[in-house]
Structure formats: C-alpha cells, structure tokens
Design a protein around this ligand. Structure first.
Ligand SMILES: Cc1cc2nc3c(=O)[nH]c(=O)nc-3n(C[C@H](O)[C@H](O)[C@H](O)COP(=O)(O)O)c2cc1C
Length: 279
C-alpha cells in the first residue's frame, strides 16, 4: 500500500527546479517526508536508502545553482537493479514532496567532494578514486549516492539563463505513446487502464530528457515490460537505468490509481534493468 495522495497531479505538476530560495523546509513538512520514507511499502524488495542532509549554499554542490538548506541523497549499491531501484524509490519521494508544495530536481552530476563534506558517512571515495562527479561509471563496492535532489522553494525571480533554457528547450516535452511502444503494438489496441498508466509513465523525468524507455505489452495484455532499448548508450548520463526505474514508478502509480493489482519484478539483462508488471 502506498499513501493515498493525488499522484496524478503530482506527476503533472512536478518540474525540475534550478533556482531556490534559501528558506528551510518547515519542520512539520520535513517530518512528513521522513515518515513517508520510513513507511514506504513498495511492490518489490529493495534496499535503497533516502538520506536527508543540509547543504552549504556558498559551496558548489549542484553545478548550475546554489543548494537550498534541505536536500536528499538516494543511496544504493551500484549493480544494475539497485541503480534502477533508486529511480523508483527516489521518484516516490520527489512526487510526495511535490504534493507538499516543495520543489526538487533529480541530480546525477553533483560534486561528490562537496556531498562528502555534507555527509561524511559516505567515506572518502572521491579522494581515493579521483572521481569528481557522482561515483563514476563502473560498478563499485558498497553503497553510493547515485543521485541527489534539493528540496525547497522555487525562487521565481532570478531564474538563471540555464534554467530558462532548460524549461523552454527540454523540460515539458515528452515523446508520444506511439513512439514508445515496442513491436507492432498500436496505442488504440491497449485497454484503457494500461494506456492511462503508460501515459503517466511517459511523463517521467530523465537525465537530459532523453526518455529512453520502451514499453512492451503481451498479446493478452497481462504483462507489461519496461526497459531501455538493447545496446542503448546515453551520451551524457552514466546511469540510464535510474531513469527507467522512475518510469516504472510512474507506471505502477498509474495502475494503483486505476485499482489494477500487479506483481512487479525487477531483473537484469546484460546491463539493462527490466521491469515486468504482471496484471
Ligand atoms: C536521473 C536524473 C538525473 C538528472 N541529472 C541532472 C543533472 O545532473 N543536472 C541537471 O541540471 N538536471 C538533471 N536532471 C533533470 C533533467 O534534465 C530533467 O528531468 C529533464 O530535462 C525533464 O525536465 P523536467 O524534470 O522538468 O520534467 C536529471 C534527471 C534525472 C531523471
């Protein structure tokens, strides 16, 4: 069971925000976020940790904007399934924060050294491995902060040029469902509940808005699979399986909204996370 909030409008109103006031999130809202994380019940097993932390606005943590006081890190092992799970779990938190009127931004290319100053428990990997952004491409031993997000309030005036550019060029724009279906599947063949869930899924955020997820639906409409195309390589982002997990999260929420029961399986196929929903 997942908390009953208006997930559809959270999905439709969430945007990546890259300009924040320096206001802290009120204690009552922080407590709601923390309770949500502690009580989150997912339809599959996972070990992703969400850790809230305070950042210093005078230090560079996000490459293109000053960090607000409150932030969260999504921490997991770095095998394919754990990485994709970060997307599923992290997006639930991000959508829940959106429903509380908070702004967020999925961030993969944060500055690791600064994150380690904010969260010393992460250890001294950056110095040891000479990694500047995130934790690098390769699977590493132990847990890493795969992505982070600011949690705060949008500063409408003073949005930087980069922010405005992102908004007009890449944010909002999403591929139509017809471009995301595998094989000879046509949108009009799909039962309305599946179509609804795919429509929410295609609105998922992805690094550089690449939307590299594809949907496969079995002929009897009992199984829906979500994965990136075989041999897919993202030019700028090391962990496209995170994005596929975010997409799977939106799809699952779509099924929950339509009261469709599903069994959810997360497996791996040569570096690709495969999400399988049995309806
Ligand atoms: C996994 C992930 C990592 C991201 N990393 C960054 C980042 O490092 N820097 C950044 O400016 N935006 C980052 N984004 C935000 C995307 O650019 C944004 O989600 C996309 O352009 C769609 O816009 P929207 O979130 O406003 O719908 C990331 C998004 C995702 C899902």
């Amino acid at each position: 069971m997942i908390e009953s909030i208006d997930w559809e409008s959270a999905i439709n109103t969430r945007r990546s925000t890259r300009s924040y006031t320096m206001e802290s999130v009120e204690e009552a809202k922080m407590n709601l976020l923390k309770n949500f994380v502690s009580n989150m019940q997912l339809p599959y097993d996972h070990k992703v940790k969400v850790q809230f932390f305070k950042a210093n606005p005078d230090k560079k943590l996000y490459s293109v904007f000053a960090a607000p006081p409150d932030n969260a890190a999504f921490i997991a092992n770095t095998d394919t399934k754990s990485i994709s799970s970060v997307g599923f779990v992290g997006e639930l938190l991000i959508l829940y924060a959106t429903s509380l009127g908070l702004s967020t931004c999925w961030y993969g290319h944060y500055l690791l050294l600064e994150l380690q100053h904010n969260m010393p428990q992460l250890g001294a990997e950056a110095e040891n491995q000479n990694i500047k952004w995130g934790y690098g491409k390769q699977e590493a031993e132990g847990e890493r902060a795969v992505c982070i997000t600011p949690i705060g309030y949008w500063k409408s005036e003073g949005a930087r040029i980069f922010d405005r550019m992102q908004e007009s060029l890449i944010s909002y724009k999403r591929k139509p469902i017809s471009a995301l279906l595998e094989a000879d599947l046509k949108e009009e063949m799909l039962p309305s509940e599946i179509l609804y869930a795919i429509d929410l899924a295609r609105k998922a955020p992805s690094a550089a808005n690449s939307q590299h997820w594809r949907f496969k639906v079995s002929h009897d409409f009992k199984v829906v699979s979500i994965a990136m195309p075989e041999n897919y390589k993202h030019i700028k982002w090391e962990h496209p399986n995170v994005d596929v997990g975010i997409c799977a999260c939106h799809f699952w929420l779509g099924l929950v909204i339509k009261n469709v029961q599903s069994k959810v399986y997360l497996t791996e196929d040569e570096g690709r996370a495969l999400w399988r929903f049995e309806l």
